[in-house]
Design a binder for this molecule. Sequence first.
Ligand code: SAH
Length: 460
Amino acid sequence: MKQQIPVKKNDYIDVDFIDLTHEGQGVAKINSFPIFVPGGLPGERAQIKVLNVKKNYGYGKLIEMKERSPYRIDIPKTEINKYGGCQLQHMSYEGQLQFKQNRVTQALTRIGKLTDVQIHPIIGMDEPFHYRNKAQVPVGEKDGRLISGFYKPRTHEIIDTDESVIQIEAINEAIRVVKRICDELGIEAYHEEKHTGVLRNIMARFGKQTDELMIVLITKTEKLPHRQEIIDRIVTALPNVKSIVQNINSKRTNVILGDITTVLWGSDVIYDYIGDVKFMISPLSFYQVNPVQTKVLYDKALEYANLTGEEIVIDAYCGIGTISLFLAQKAKKVYGVEVVPDAIEDAKKNAELNGIHHVEFAVGEAETVIPNWAKEGIHADVIVVDPPRKGCAETLLETIIEMKPKRVVYVSCNPATLARDLQILENNGFKTIEVQPVDMFPQTMHVEVIVKLVLKGTAV
Ligand code: SAH
């Protein structure tokens, strides 16, 4: 039966908000027909205007708030607050944590049918602002001045700002300083349409534990006018800088970084620590953006893996080997697998850097490489998985079920696919013991969860 669409464009209606979309928009339902409204929070009642009606959903605009959420925070209606990527800034941190907790609980009970597992209260941050250790901002020109910030959604119009509430202050400062110096020296911004000009993006990366700062100037041209002067001024203005790098991207593309990187000053990399493990960060390398909560998450991984020094561990979807190296501190041997070759190169370098020799990294799909390892007779006591949003490949789950590790540690950035995968493991010999949500990305909609499963019949 065709569903009746209960609203039409330009209607004014009162609605109750019951949820948030992945982009943080309020979700209201009229006879089960969802309407998405930016700004609405769960528990609120408001009058909205219907702006657009599609077959299965509509969009609306907040007109008048009738009942406010106790978690609502009034923030200025600036473009930065509206489009800056912090979808939950208008909600108190307590409200954000409760929302994320509910999302995990609901996914596990409704999708995963897990009713008797222990879901711990989410671990939030003491200071839920200024945590990001990396920024990359597009550069443009307005009224003859350099501007930088972020693109207004679905446009290539740059909103000029250097005041992100989630970036570490040293990063905000770095972007501000580099922008000012380049502006003073008359460096031309890249013009996207004409494909002319020089400076495309500024990137800054920061080692929270080491205080080391890296600046990357991404240019269209190999030639960087006032090169020496730019370097001298940056070094004077930013005492923490350890590396100034130019990355050349001469293509017409939305991809930020190009293939050629040259060191302008200092080192080609900076370093950071997570716990006692040292990591090398280059302009292109992946590195967790919230180092404080990453430590919290990896400590949990170590606790859930319950290592004595005798275990063989497999780390599936290992990225640059962060979890592998963290667990290697307490394991007999760790095998990491990851599909991106550059990430595996970094993983190997990081192992070397830490003098960790009992790890082995392989490039490939986890669902292909791990069954091959099993065929070669590698037996894992603990398997860690940290898949992207779509969750684990079913064939990987089948392999885990056949391999019968004593414990599985599942790190997830999507409670829905986590719940789906846990149910498969639960139906095939594993028991979910503990679930720990960790807030890796305050002010945003991201939810991270770590789960401990054991093979039924083995000790917890
Ligand atoms: N565990 C890492 C990163 C996990 S992010 C950390 O904590 O830093 C998920 C990773 O899975 C990404 O690096 C992505 O490149 C990788 N990936 C995606 N699909 C994969 C697959 N089928 N097999 C192996 N790795 C995959």
